[in-house]
Design a protein around this ligand. Structure first.
Ligand code: BJW
Length: 257
């Protein structure tokens, strides 16, 4: 069953009349751009590897070449794609909220840069960015130009010779503290939170909509499938975000306060 017109109307009214707004996204929003979700990304070539093999510091230390190549493969995919109507609808929501002088925050678990490419002005990236690099042992930032001619796989840090890795957050690692703090602050204060395309199982990220809900925000979820967060949300819009979000924006325009 897909979202009813009535659900969209209720959600649009909340969005149109709210005086602060936070959007929280996961891999599902980029699916219609052609990027597999995190769990889909372990299909095909990578089906024999678990998240522990590919997205942990231990997995990287054990199989640095495999993990490096997995990120190379995904980075090359991201290069070829464009933001989809779901990303652009979030820019439209930001424009509406900020034009009215109200606070707007976009928090993403994604590492693919597509929100920025669509035109979102400030993105809190909880899990890093696939286009940034650092070294494994000392977190030295590693600009691509420093190692682009290296034949080592993975390349080595110029300063300490440890492996270079993508600057993303793996399981068991801390999220960047200032970004996490800003995300929790926004969630604690927002009137409405829109949660898009996440399974809601990875913490502490998934605690962000939970906090918003506890603090009295109206939480609206867009997802073609129920997630771990669905039981607590106020409005569930079942469907792909590339279709549901533009529909929501069109309906919202009729309710601008
Ligand atoms: C569509 C769609 C369409 C499809 N439209 N939607 C509390 C309880 C239990 C465990 C923990 C806990 N707190 C911490 C933990 C441990 C762990 C954790 O959460 N484990 C769980 C799996 C159980 N967390 C951590 O380790 C975190 N660090 C930490 O806690 O540090 C503290 C600490 C450290 C050390 C000692 C002590 C304390 C770090 C988590 C880092 C997560 N990193 C990853 C990889 C990033 C890099 C990369 O991409 O390679 O982040 S894992 C992966 O999951 C990635 C994602 O950002 C994240 C979330 O996934 P997401 O976005 O929800 O994607 P999917 O694939 O799961 O779901 C897609 C959704 O889209 C689905 O719902 C679809 O239906 C939907 N969809 N088509 C809209 N068209």
């Amino acid at each position: 069953m897909t979202a009813t017109g009535n659900d969209i109307e209720r959600a649009a009214k909340m969005l149109g009349q709210s005086k602060s707004m936070t959007v929280f996204t996961g891999a599902g929003i980029s699916k219609e751009s052609g990027i597999p979700t995190f769990r889909d990304a372990q299909e095909g070539l990578w089906a024999n590897y678990s998240p522990e093999d590919l997205a942990t510091p231990q997995g990287f230390r054990k199989n640095p070449r495999t993990v490096w190549e997995w990120y190379d493969f995904r980075r090359n995919k991201v290069w070829t794609v464009k933001p989809n109507p779901g990303h652009y609808a979030i820019v439209d929501i930001e424009d509406r909220v900020t034009a009215a002088g109200y606070p707007f925050t976009l928090i993403t678990q994604n590492i693919d840069n597509l929100h920025q490419e669509a035109g979102s002005s400030r993105v809190l990236e909880l899990h890093g960015n696939i286009f940034r690099y650092k070294c494994l042992d000392s977190n030295h930032p590693a600009p691509f130009d420093d190692f682009k001619d290296s034949t080592d796989v993975p390349p080595r840090c110029k300063r300490c010779n440890s492996y270079i890795r993508p600057d993303v957050v793996w399981f068991g690692e801390m999220l960047p503290e200032p970004i996490l703090t800003a995300a929790f602050e926004a969630a604690g204060e927002t009137e409405v939170m829109l949660v898009v395309g996440t399974s809601g199982i990875v913490h502490p990220a998934a605690s962000i909509p939970i906090l918003a809900h506890r603090n009295g925000a109206c939480v609206i979820e867009v997802n073609p499938e129920e997630s771990a967060l669905t039981p607590m949300v106020d409005i569930f819009l079942k469907g792909p975000s590339g279709i549901m979000l533009p529909e929501l924006v069109r309906a919202m325009m009729a309710h601008i306060a």
